[in-house]
Design a protein around this ligand. Structure first.
Ligand code: C5P
Length: 235
């Protein structure tokens, strides 16, 4: 039986947040941001291991208490210059330590998506466990898309028909994901696009808006609201 292993790349600097502290450690409801996704992934019983990829010079992780996750998490200080590099390095460490075999599933999840729920993870596992390729959580685009020219004016309006916004987790088998990332074109911003570049077509599994990526300072308030509501209901 293939195992399910989560991998959280958490080696970014989060420069768009405009803070000294990396985004994944910004406090949210009294905990560092990464805590929330970590807690969700660790609480899914089908997931055997949750691997966290930190920057080699990370000094923040050890400042916090992670005891409740002991036995389920593995920490690797092998983050790279890009998200793709951090995921690739984490995968190589997982294989070197014999935690992940070729056919095991890897669920890559951004540390900056604290609104992930166990329900969404379970739906992703249910829909992809028997899939040939793998896939990702995503939501159909709601807004109208504008293409901008060099002077900040609208060049054209893009059709949003069949357009989806990619989220994470993105779930692929170890061997395919590693091969895809090693051959990936530069500049990719998610795992699925590396797999697509090999000619595969990942499956879209419907996510929800709560699983958005905290990117700008104003996103923190929204994430707090979602997490506070999560404490009373499960969504
Ligand atoms: O910067 P962005 O929001 O796209 O980052 C998405 C995820 O990738 C975050 O969890 C971030 O910590 C991680 N990342 C990483 N290594 C990098 C850049 C980003 O692990 N060099």
């Amino acid at each position: 039986m293939a195992e399910f292993i989560a991998l959280i790349p958490a080696a970014g600097s989060g420069s768009r947040m405009g803070e000294d502290i990396p985004k994944q450690y910004r406090p949210l409801v009294g905990k560092p941001m990464i805590y929330h996704a970590l807690r969700t992934l660790c609480s899914v019983t089908r997931i055997s291991t949750v691997c966290v990829v930190l920057a080699p010079d990370d000094t923040e992780w050890v400042r916090h208490d992670w005891d409740e996750f002991t036995g389920k998490i593995r920490i690797f200080n092998c983050g790279g210059a890009t998200r793709a590099e951090s995921v690739t390095n984490g995968l190589k460490e997982l294989r070197a330590a014999n935690y992940a075999q070729d056919r095991d599933w890897i669920l890559v999840h951004d540390a900056a998506r604290p609104g992930l729920s166990t329900t969404l993870v379970e739906q992703l596992l249910d829909q992809l466990a028997d899939d040939e390729v793998g896939g990702l959580l995503a939501v159909p685009l709601a807004d109208t898309l504008k293409h901008m020219n060099d002077t900040g004016r609208v060049m054209r309006t893009e059709s949003r028909k069949r357009l989806w916004q990619a989220q994470t987790p993105q779930m692929f088998r170890t061997k395919l994901l590693l091969e895809a990332l090693e051959k990936a074109p530069t500049g990719i911003t998610d795992d699925a696009s590396a797999v697509e570049a090999l000619g595969f077509s990942p499956k879209l599994v419907v996510g929800n808006a709560y699983n958005f990526k905290v990117t700008y300072p104003q996103d923190l308030k929204l994430a707090e609201l979602i997490l506070r509501e999560r404490a009373t209901t499960q969504n």
